[in-house]
Design a protein around this ligand. Structure first.
Ligand SMILES: NC(=O)c1ccc[n+]([C@@H]2O[C@H](COP(=O)([O-])OP(=O)(O)OC[C@H]3O[C@@H](n4cnc5c(N)ncnc54)[C@H](O)[C@@H]3O)[C@@H](O)[C@H]2O)c1
Length: 327
């Protein structure tokens, strides 16, 4: 395979980042860009010498491509991934992959039937600190995990609508939850969540909670808590993930791992450079190797399943088992 031809569904802020990185990879060419916002599609298309579309069906049907990026808000995932998989296109889908698990199962089935490669944008898995921690935890019992992500309110109007984004936990703090799954190599089997909106009723059009707390149990018994809020609207914020093992508290961050208690030399030292997720996707396509990709669609859907289970738990007041764990 010489030139690998890419299409895009969605030309918003995040897609633009992928386009920029992808266009710098040798042998990768962006040939078509679709956005329901015609101006966004044509501005990106003219920058990258691609064709602009406002209808993804027309684009997938009419353009010779090898792979498709889908970077749209959670509620907007309909049939682009399914049509693309049926057309034999490899797929890069942004997190959170869906807002509805039935849609996720439909897409997963199409990907598996077509045998195309899939990648989900959980790029924090590629960090050296994440990989080191995953190796370290592989044969150790984690007792507890505690994490929070307290930050600001993104500007996109869909983000503050629960029925469009699924809320901050589902849309954004999915990264922290995904890292807990990735670093422990363990599955979350039960979720109990409480949500409220305590300070942000003055924000126009807001329907998401501003305070989300989740208590989770992993298959190995690990107990985890995660809280998240977008109420820092004047700037600032804090985010962390801490793992408690017997005689050790391990703090993960993108650039370093801190250890309190018993020393862990395997976790110390300068992290290696992080591979670029788009370059990794291109290499996986070139080599036909799904194993290079840090998160497959199936794996990304599992993380999505947990945050959707948390949303159901907050609604019902009951603990919920994620769908893919039940199956
Ligand atoms: N991996 C990461 O770290 C990361 C970072 C930022 C955003 N994201 C994800 O990327 C996705 C997009 O986020 P964003 O920040 O670019 O949002 P955005 O609002 O900037 O852009 C979304 C774009 O999608 C378009 N769109 C909506 N429905 C569409 C449809 N059916 N077909 C084609 N285009 C459609 C909109 O017109 C808009 O241009 C979200 O799922 C978000 O969570 C991931």
């Amino acid at each position: 395979m010489d030139e690998i031809r890419f299409g895009f569904v969605g030309a918003g802020g995040n897609a633009r980042g992928h386009m920029e990185r992808l266009s710098a990879v040798e042998g990768a060419e962006i040939v078509a860009i679709c956005d329901i916002n015609e101006g966004a599609a044509s501005a990106a298309a003219s920058e990258y010498g691609a064709d602009a579309y406002t209808d993804h069906r027309e684009m997938i049907d009419g353009v010779e491509m090898d792979a498709l990026y889908v970077s749209i808000p959670p509620f907007a995932h309909t049939d682009a991934e399914i049509l693309a998989a049926e057309a034999g296109l490899h797929l890069f889908v942004e997190k959170p992959v869906v807002l509805d698990m039935d849609k996720g199962f439909e897409i997963l089935e199409a990907i598996e039937e077509a045998g195309v490669l899939s990648s989900v944008g959980y790029q924090l898995r590629l960090l050296d600190t994440s990989k080191r921690l995953r190796n370290y935890l592989a044969d150790r019992q984690v007792a507890m995990i505690s994490s929070h992500r307290w930050g600001g309110l993104p500007g996109a109007p869909w983000w503050r609508r629960m029925e469009q984004s699924g809320g901050q936990l589902h849309e954004q703090t999915t990264h922290q939850l995904d890292l807990m799954r990735y670093c422990t190599g363990d599955e979350i089997v039960e979720v109990y969540a409480r949500y409220d909106r305590l300070t942000m009723d003055d924000i126009e059009d807001i329907t998401i909670p501003d305070s989300q707390g989740v208590l989770m149990t992993f298959a190995s018994g690990t107990i985890a808590t995660l809280t998240t809020s977008p109420m820092m609207t004047q700037g600032g914020g804090k985010s962390d993930i801490n793992y408690l093992l017997r005689d050790q508290i391990i703090g993960w961050s993108p650039r370093e791992i801190t250890v309190q208690g018993v020393d862990a030399p395997q976790l110390a030292g300068e992290p290696e450079e992080t591979p670029n997720i788009d370059e990794t996707f291109v290499r996986a396509i070139r080599e036909g190797d799904q194993s290079i990709i840090p998160c497959s669609y199936e794996d990304g859907l599992r993380t999505c399943d947990v945050t959707l289970a948390a949303n159901r738990s907050a609604e019902s007041g009951q603990p919920v088992t994620p769908e893919m764990v039940k199956a």
